[in-house]
Design a protein around this ligand. Structure first.
Ligand SMILES: [Mg+2]
Length: 185
C-alpha cells in the first residue's frame, strides 16, 4: 500500500475520530482521505506531530484522537514517545506511516531502520506493526493498540509534496468542529 491507501484505510475504520497529521505526505494523504475535513494538519514544524496529537488527546478525553505520523517526523520528535508512555491516554492512537524514508524532503533513507512499534513496546506502549490495508483497517477498528506502525511502500511519491497549510484556517475549523459547529469552508 502507499501512504494514501493506508490513511484511507484508517479513516474508514474510524471516520469520527479527530485527526492530527504530521507535515508532508501525512498531511497530503489526510486531506485526501477526509475530503479536507476539519482536522489538525501540520504544515511545518517537523518532529512535532506526535506531541501535538498527545496534546489534543489529553485535552479531548471524550474523543478518539488519531495521529497520522510519518516515520521521519517521529524520529525527529521521538522523545514524545516517552510522554505518550507516561500519560497512557486510552483515546490516542498513533499511526506511524513507515516508509523508512524522509519522503517529503526527497526520499532520503532514515539512518536507522528501527521499528517504531518495537521502540514503543520497549516503553510499555501497546504497539503493533501491520502491513496491508485490511490488516490496518481491522487494527484501527479493534482499537486495542496505542501505536500502530503501518508499513508502506518506500519511495512511493504520491501524494506528493507538502501542501500549503494555513495554520489560522486549520485552527479555526478544528475549534469549530470541536464545538459541534458545521464545517467551515
Ligand atoms: Mg517516511
Amino acid at each position: 500500500v502507499n501512504t494514501t491507501e493506508a490513511v484511507k484505510a484508517v479513516v474508514r475504520a474510524a471516520p469520527d475520530a479527530r485527526y492530527v497529521s504530521s507535515l508532508g505526505t501525512s498531511t497530503s494523504a489526510l486531506i485526501l482521505a477526509t475530503g479536507d475535513g476539519p482536522h489538525v494538519y501540520m504544515g511545518g514544524a517537523m518532529g512535532s506531530g506526535l506531541a501535538v496529537a498527545i496534546g489534543v488527546a489529553d485535552r479531548r478525553r471524550e474523543d478518539r484522537v488519531i495521529g497520522i505520523i510519518g516515520d521521519g517526523d517521529l524520529l525527529m520528535g521521538s522523545s514524545a514517545l516517552w510522554t505518550m508512555a507516561g500519560l497512557e491516554l486510552p483515546n490516542l492512537t498513533a499511526v506511524i506511516i513507515s516508509d523508512r524514508s524522509y519522503s517529503i524532503t526527497g526520499g532520503q533513507a532514515l539512518v536507522a531502520d528501527a521499528s517504531s512499534a518495537g521502540v514503543a513496546s520497549a516503553l510499555g506502549i501497546r504497539a503493533v506493526r501491520v502491513a496491508g490495508e485490511s490488516a490496518l483497517e481491522a487494527c484501527i477498528a479493534e482499537d486495542r493498540c496505542r501505536l500502530v506502525e503501518a508499513t508502506v511502500e518506500p519511495g512511493a511519491a504520491w501524494p506528493g509534496p507538502s501542501p500549503f497549510v494555513d495554520p489560522y484556517r486549520v485552527r479555526t475549523r478544528f475549534r469549530a468542529a470541536l464545538a459541534g459547529a458545521s464545517p467551515m469552508p
